[in-house]
Write a protein that binds this ligand. Structure first.
Ligand SMILES: NC(=O)c1ccc[n+]([C@@H]2O[C@H](COP(=O)([O-])OP(=O)(O)OC[C@H]3O[C@@H](n4cnc5c(N)ncnc54)[C@H](OP(=O)(O)O)[C@@H]3O)[C@@H](O)[C@H]2O)c1
Length: 300
């Protein structure tokens, strides 16, 4: 069973993908039960006839018992200028959710989606004490999707011709788009753009969410598909290579911080953290990003 905590825009979009693809039973958990039940009644009509699975809504955490995967999309409020705006109430909330998961489904793999992503991944993993390979945050893959999209738009090519567009580090203003590895139609991206164009893409990736909010209240589908791909990889044991936020223990020269790094996912959760070659300037930017997350953690 897949339990999704938080039945807002993002949680419901993830539920829709899981249910319509017949992945597993889904439970929507929301503090306002009416919302969870209402969304589950709507999403239930997307269950294919051949599916063996269903969806239900509740505010009762005891019903998550037996979950194989728990996805946390709960949020206490909307941030306006920076993902860290509601950091303290979000940390309190995620620690409470950690205690429920520990109580009812201590073997689950837990995917964090709520913001501030890296901070919540860090405090959740410390609170619950599960292996860091079974508790990770999904966001850098969304940032990578945005990076790939902006490159494809710039060159007017389909995204299938953009390879290795990777974003690492914080899911925030210090995130690091990795230009040195990207190829567009087989050619190194850095041979096709100048410094000013590079800065403009970095600005576009970091501020994609603000740009989107000029037209729509909040994003939901991009993150939902990225989370669905991770759930699919775990449920069906398809190996998936993506960046996720995980507590680091020496990898990339970092300790005691969670941030986006490339990993392999399979039915066990994270099976491996991948060490990719970065340029000196990218390494320095990643260090700066981890310092920012460290500082936020130490401010608590
Ligand atoms: N990782 C990423 O790349 C990414 C991308 C997009 C969004 N996000 C984050 O994902 C989170 C959800 O976004 P959203 O747009 O779906 O927000 P939303 O529409 O406001 O939904 C949040 C839901 O969480 C529920 N909730 C709050 N506290 C809860 C608790 N303790 N237990 C259970 N449910 C609880 C709320 O319930 P009520 O009905 O009672 O209010 C609400 O239904 C946010 O933190 C957002 O910043 C992350």
């Amino acid at each position: 069973m897949i339990s999704i905590v938080g039945s807002g825009r993002v949680g419901t979009a993830i539920a829709f993908l899981c249910v319509s693809n017949g992945l597993d039973n889904v439970l929507l958990v929301n503090r306002n039960e009416k919302k969870a039940i209402g969304e589950s009644l709507d999403v239930a009509n997307a269950i294919p006839k051949k599916s063996n699975f269903s969806i239900h809504g509740t505010s009762d955490y005891s019903k998550i018992a037996g979950s194989d995967i728990v996805v946390i999309t709960a949020s206490m409020g909307v941030y306006l200028k920076d993902r860290t705006e509601n950091m303290l109430p979000q940390i309190t909330m995620i620690k409470e959710i950690a205690q429920k998961i520990n109580q009812y489904c201590p073997s689950a793999i837990v995917l964090i989606v709520s913001n501030p992503l890296d901070i919540l991944t860090y405090f959740f993993q410390k609170e619950i004490g599960f292996s860091r390979f079974k508790v990770f945050g999904i966001a850098s893959s969304l940032d990578s999707s945005r990076f790939r999209y902006l490159i494809s738009e710039k060159f007017s090519v389909p995204q299938s011709l953009v390879d290795d567009a990777l974003v690492l580090g914080e899911h925030g203003d210090s995130m690091v788009p990795i230009f040195s590895r990207v190829k567009v139609d087989g050619k190194p991206l850095l041979s096709l753009i100048d410094d000013e164009e590079q800065s403009s893409i970095v600005f576009g990736v970091r501020n994609y969410w603000k740009d989107l909010r000029r037209y729509k209240s909040r994003s939901q589908f991009g993150i939902a598909k990225n989370v669905f791909d991770v759930i699919d990889s775990i449920v069906n044991n398809h190996q998936l290579s993506i960046p996720v936020s995980v507590v680091l223990n020496g990898e990339y020269g970092e300790n005691d911080v969670a941030m986006g790094v490339p990993v392999l996912i399979d039915q066990s959760g994270i099976s491996k953290i991948i060490d990719v070659d970065l340029s000196d300037s990218e390494t320095a930017l990643l260090k700066k990003s981890s310092r920012k997350i460290h500082d936020l953690i130490n401010s608590i």
